[in-house]
Design a protein around this ligand. Sequence first.
Ligand SMILES: [Fe+2]
Length: 134
Amino acid sequence: MALLEWSEDLSVGFDEIDNDHKKLIDLLNDVDAAVAAGHAPHVVGGFLEELISYTIWHFRHEEDLMQAHGDPDILMHKAQHAELTEAVEDLHLKYLDGDADVAQTLLPFLKDWLTSHILETDMKTGAFLASRAA
Ligand SMILES: [Fe+2]
């Protein structure tokens, strides 16, 4: 079973962002599947790196959209992205050092963070962008 599944409940009402989130969830599930399949740390690490670099790309994408449309919440939203990027990079380094369990710490952390960030913060941004695009 997938760690997290995209559903309409997670839709922010703006396709460009929803599509990114679907891809993000796919990559998160790929890491989970690699762990479940018992793959070697360097293989899991490869999936993890893909997830992290896509996350960073996606944050930048959202921030560019907010900037282009003059979203008044951009600073608060960017601060949340920066905080997560730092936390994930820190956990990634610990994983590379062999003292973080990706399945026990990083994946549940990312799953919970992404879900609450999408539901609370991205939802507002999606509504704002949809109103601007209308
Ligand atoms: Fe966001």
